[in-house]
Every structure is written in C-alpha cells, then in structure tokens.
Design a binder for this molecule. Structure first.
Ligand SMILES: Cc1ncc(COP(=O)(O)O)c(C=O)c1O
Length: 393
C-alpha cells in the first residue's frame, strides 16, 4: 500500500504491483473470479510448506485448531459466531450442500428470482429432474427500481407448497444487491427457510450475517476479499434445526455441523488458512474506505458510460457497489452464447477483460472496480462496446 501526498490511501496503478496481473490486459472484471495478491499467494505457500513437513501431524493434530482459528477471524469479519461457520471450496459447494440435502417431496416448491446465478438454476433443475421438485423463478423485469418491488415479487411467489426461498445477496449478472433481510423476514413469517447466496458479498460491503437471519448463508472469499481460489464458507443461523451436511460425507457424519465440514477427506486447506491474511490485507488497504472508493469509482465510470453511449442502469446505484451492470440503449437480446462471444470479441479486439452478462434475456455489461483499477482502465470502453455489437452466434 502506498500513501499519497495528503497521507490518503492511493489506489489504482500505484497498487498494481501487489498483484501479478497481466499488464497487457485491461482487467475490469474482478467480480467473476477475484485476483489474489502476491503476498497472499506467499501465505498460501507457507501453509502448504507447513503441511508437507509432517503431513500426519498437520492433518491430525494441527489442522482442527488452525481451521477454528481461521473461522474465528472470518466470523468476526462477516458477523457470525465461528461455531456456526465452516469452510467450503466455493459457493457452489455450499448451495449444493443445502439444496441437495433437503428432504423434499415431488411437488414441493423452491422459490427464487430471475436474477438467480445460473449454476444455482442448474442445481434446481437437477432437483426437478431427480426429485420432482418444482423450481419457481419469479421475474423481476428490468430495470429493477426499488426494494419494495423485489420484496413484493417474492411475496407473490410464495405458495403453500414453498419449502425454501433461495435469494442472492448480490446477483451475478445484474450486480444488484437484494434486500435479503426483508426477504428473510417475509419468508420466516410464513414458516419458510431461506438460503442466501452471498457469493459476492464478503469484501464488497460490510457484512453482518447474523443480522440478516438467513437459515444458511454461503459466501466466497476468493472474490472481493482476494483470498486464494477455493476459499468460501457456509454459515448457519443460531438454533437452526434443519441439518446441513457437506456434499462429501466423511468420518464425522452425525457429529455436528463443524466436525462434519472441517474434515471432508484429505484436501489442501491452504486457501482456507490464508483467509485471515486476506482479511488483514483488505483492512490495510482501507477496508471500508477501499470499498467506498471502489463503489464511487464504479458509479463514476458507469455515469461516464451512460453519457457517452446512452447505456442504462439495470438497478439504481443505491443497490450496487463496486460492480454495476448496464443495459444497451436499445435492448440487445442475448443468450449466454452471445454474451460469451461478445466477451471474447471485447478481449480479442480491444484487450478488455470485461463481463458480458444476460439478465432477463437481455445482454448487459457488468463493470467491476477493484483496488488496482482506476478510471483510465475504462477509457475507450464505450467505443469497444459499440464495435462488438455486430457479434452474433
Ligand atoms: C451469485 C453467485 N452465486 C454463486 C457463484 C458461484 O461461485 P463459485 O464459482 O465460487 O462457486 C457466483 C460466482 O460468480 C455468483 O455470482
């Protein structure tokens, strides 16, 4: 971290050497997979070296305590007691553990919204195919204007057969932050449990998982916290009486949430053990100040794009943070295949590594601002977007 003349934190190019980023690429999609700073990768090497010095002692004697220490630090950061927090490889493992672990009957309904992450949609389809579960997706037409509209749409989707609500904290394609606390309260009032998919939330904004009250909350640390890939978690509500088991059942089956998740067979735990170092770096880079700076710059860049190109917001700025999704002035109908083709053309023709997403069958551009980004990273993006509009499949 460098300090500016007025003793303020400096971001953008000045920070870039903390990462081993490709200097040729114009990286404006931190959101999809994050990027891990070199010192956190070194931390991961440290844990791997410790493991390999004496593997049996490490796994049998040291690891259980180390995991709980890491869970304590992460729990403090995200607002949940460590005995209700366990590590996962990724958010996908967490959503699958919850969804596939429910004892559902044919005709039981799982309610979600049209902003649901596509991999979660696939898991719901799997449950339809294998268990006859009905996946109900309520549509949120674009643009989404206010929280009340979302809450009302979810309310209208609840039926007497609803067994679970799955809601994103921050939706991937639209970058929209959902009013999860209100949705949890609404569902709980009708006796329906809630799974919050918070894949993007840790490090994007300040998080208090217990205050949200979801039955299960799944989050990634390898996105906005910049932890190594494979650093994610599941948190459960205090007093939760719906069990959740890891996808891989191992020795500790039946011994409770923490023992079951803490050993799911031999695997490399170095990403999990590096989470505390990633949290400390995040704080050193400013913590709330970094998040606020990223949010403000994302808004600034989005406003510039809107002026230059006529693109429009998917949801109000109040509902977005360091990621903002924009729609083309005239809606561009899009499949995931076309989004992929436009993404490739943006890179091949213009060097932009940008996220082209689909929301409600419409193509959107999702910009991300991380600590290493600055406004000039987005120069020429408007022209590049106009240029790739000819891409079809
Ligand atoms: C909303 C949401 N859920 C789940 C995931 C899946 O995360 P992972 O690939 O780490 O499992 C993502 C990834 O971008 C996401 O945006």
């Amino acid at each position: 971290m460098t300090e500016g003349p007025a003793n303020r934190l400096v971001f953008g190019q000045a920070l870039r050497s903390l990462w081993g980023l490709d200097p040729e690429a114009r990286l404006i999609n931190h959101g999809s997979f994050g990027a891990t700073p070199l010192e956190i990768l070194a931390e991961q090497v440290h844990w791997r070296s410790l493991m390999e010095r004496n593997t049996a002692r490490f796994f049998v004697n040291s690891l259980p305590g180390l995991l709980r220490e890491a869970a304590g630090e992460l729990g403090h950061f995200v607002g949940v007691a460590p005995d209700r927090l366990a590590f996962l490889d990724n958010a996908t493992a967490g959503t699958n553990a919850v969804l596939r672990g429910l004892a559902l009957r044919p005709g039981d309904e799982i309610l979600t919204t049209s902003h649901v992450y596509n991999a979660v949609r696939s898991t719901l389809r799997f449950l339809s195919d294998t268990q006859g579960v009905v996946a109900r997706e309520v549509a949120l037409p674009l643009p989404v204007t206010e929280d009340a509209q979302i809450v009302e749409t979810v309310r209208a989707g609840l039926t007497s057969r609803t067994r679970l609500v799955v809601v994103d904290h921050v939706a991937s394609a639209s970058a929209m932050t959902f009013p999860v606390k209100q949705i949890v309260a609404l569902a709980h009032a009708q006796g329906v449990p809630v799974l919050v998919d918070g894949a993007h939330a840790p490090g994007l904004f300040s998080l208090d998982i217990d205050a949200i009250g979801a039955d299960w909350y799944v989050g990634n640390c390898h996105k906005w916290l910049c932890a190594p890939k494979g650093a994610a978690f599941i948190a459960i509500r205090d007093g939760l009486d719906h069990p959740v088991h890891p996808l891989a059942i191992s020795h500790a089956y039946g011994e409770g949430f923490v023992p079951e998740f803490d050993f799911i067979g031999t695997r490399d735990p170095s990403a999990w053990l590096s989470i505390p170092a990633a949290i400390r770096l995040h704080q050193r880079l400013g913590g709330p100040e970094l998040r606020q700076r990223n949010r403000e710059l994302a808004r600034h860049v989005a406003e510039r794009m809107m002026t230059e190109t006529g693109m429009r917001l998917v949801c109000p700025f109040e509902a977005s943070h360091a990621m903002v999704a924009l729609r083309w002035p005239i809606p561009v109908p899009g499949s995931r295949a076309r989004a992929r083709a436009m993404h490739d053309a943006l890179y091949d023709r213009h060097g932009f590594e940008a996220a082209v997403t689909t929301v409600a069958n419409e193509l959107c551009l999702r910009i991300s601002v991380a600590a290493y980004n600055e406004a000039s990273d987005f120069d020429g993006l408007g022209d590049a977007l106009a240029d790739v509009l000819d891409v079809t499949i």
